[in-house]
Design a protein around this ligand. Structure first.
Ligand code: CP
Ligand code: NVA
Length: 308
């Protein structure tokens, strides 16, 4: 049994095995109604707690459906409704939940909350997004890229906009899967230096480029995310919009990448802000495949955590 806390904390071989398992599990379900149970039921007699301290559509539904397809049951808990939101410590919550459930997925604000939960829980803990990273999303994104274009190793991925939690997990993945990254955005929103340096130390190239037009030249994949994340103060909204407008992904920007470049966005998107509808709904966009693959990739992550 093991936790899934971040892509840089999981061995590359294990990550690759999970992606392969996700592809196999997806393939095995092809043409089946969505509610069909998998032939294999590795989570039979397993209860999984899904804790949300922030809103969610994809993470919530994909984890819930994934557990059920594999024969398990879920309990969706809102942080606010738990004693956790009213002063009970994370450590105590972790020890109590471990007496009832077989695995915990948590979406929270501070990374410290996730780490404390993992330290004190005696069951596996999965990171369903913190202010600092979003590893499950990037597992789905790697699966998606590889389904469309083959191995992501050696490719050029361009992150546009805010160097946020999703960008951080892409940087973790760059080091583990061996692809190069260019971040293009304003200096004040650069990704954390530690993530950039860690990827570089693993032998991949990470470049910070202020000029979006230059950044996307030769790109195999262009990625955008919201300009204002759930943990960002709404008071920063106008400033961020002004800083990030030059980094909008539109058809003109896409045209500067390789002709077969893909476009990704973890969703939810703000159409005509960080990306235009023409790109989101255009032929290079794989955004709904990414959303679907959350289901398959996380099923593999859960099996890995439980050793199943
Ligand atoms: N991409 C993602 O994590 O979406 P939700 O916030 O809807 O879970
Ligand atoms: N960066 C976004 C991702 C949402 C899935 C946020 O944290 O709000």
């Amino acid at each position: 049994m093991t936790d899934f806390l971040d892509i840089n904390k999981t061995a590359p071989d294990d990550l690759k095995k999970m992606i392969a398992m996700a592809k196999d599990m997806k393939q095995a379900r092809m043409g089946q109604p969505k509610a069909t149970l998998d032939a294999d039921q590795p989570l039979a007699n397993h209860m999984v707690a899904l804790i949300f301290e922030k809103p969610s559509t994809r993470t919530r539904v994909s984890f819930d459906v994934g557990v059920r397809q594999m024969g398990g049951q879920t309990m969706v808990l809102s942080g606010n409704d738990m004693q956790l939101g009213h002063g009970e410590t994370i450590a105590d919550t972790a020890r109590v939940l471990s007496r009832y459930v077989d695995m915990i997925m948590i979406r929270t604000f501070e990374e410290a909350t996730l780490l404390e939960m993992a330290e004190y829980a005696s069951v596996p803990v999965i990171n369903g997004l913190t202010n600092r990273s979003h590893p499950c999303q990037i597992m789905a994104d790697i699966q998606t890229y590889e389904e469309h274009r083959g191995s992501i190793a050696g490719k050029k991925v361009v992150w546009t906009g805010d160097g946020n939690n999703v960008c951080a997990s892409f940087l973790h993945a760059a080091g583990q899967f061996g692809f190069d990254m260019v971040f293009t955005g304003p200096e004040v929103l650069d990704p954390e230096t530690v993530f950039v340096e860690e990827a570089r130390a693993k032998g991949v190239s990470v470049t910070l480029e202020r000029d979006a037009q230059k950044a996307v030249e030769g790109a195999d994949l262009i990625v955008a995310d919201t300009w204002v994340s759930m943990h960002d103060a709404q008071s920063t909204r106008e400033r961020r919009h002004n800083q990030l407008r030059p980094y909008q992904v539109n058809e003109e920007l896409m045209a500067r990448a390789k002709p077969d470049a893909l476009f990704m966005h973890c969703l939810p998107a703000h159409r005509e802000e960080e990306v235009t509808s023409a790109v989101m709904d255009g032929p290079q966009s794989v955004i709904f495949d990414e959303a679907e693959n959350r289901l398959h990739a996380q099923k593999a992550v859960m099996r890995f955590c439980l050793g199943k």
